[in-house]
Design a binder for this molecule. Structure first.
Ligand SMILES: [Mg+2]
Length: 121
């Protein structure tokens, strides 16, 4: 099973990958905006979890989430958001997001969030 890390910041993708590696998740792939995320999810059936940044060029995380759900994909999606964007999380949950994670987070935070999703895969 692969975890798809979606973020327009390469540094952020590296941080998330590092945090996942630290908790034993080795198979990670990346997308740098929402459009690439939608494409990757529709082409790759091995993705078991998506970590989706909110603010990205081309297509935001929320738009990508809606598109992935519109495509009928049920892969768990965790929205990664800043404290300031927390209010918007409700819309994401209503649009089919499974959970959210607030930046900045420690490997421990990410582990706590991911455990319930990874257990099933
Ligand atoms: Mg961003």
């Amino acid at each position: 099973m692969q975890v798809l890390i979606v973020d327009d910041s390469q540094i952020m993708r590296r941080i998330v990958t590092g945090a996942l590696n630290k908790i034993g998740v080795q198979k990670t792939i990346e997308a740098s905006d929402g459009a690439e995320a939608v494409r990757t999810v529709s082409e790759n059936n091995n993705i078991g979890l998506v970590l989706m940044d909110w603010n990205m060029p081309n297509m935001t995380g929320l738009e990508a989430l809606k598109k992935i759900r519109a495509n009928g994909k049920k892969v768990p999606i965790i929205m990664v958001t800043t404290e300031a964007e927390k209010e918007k999380v409700i819309e994401a949950i209503k649009s089919g997001a499974n959970d959210y994670l607030i930046k900045p987070f420690s490997p421990k935070d990410i582990q706590a969030k991911l455990e319930k999703f990874l257990k099933n895969n």
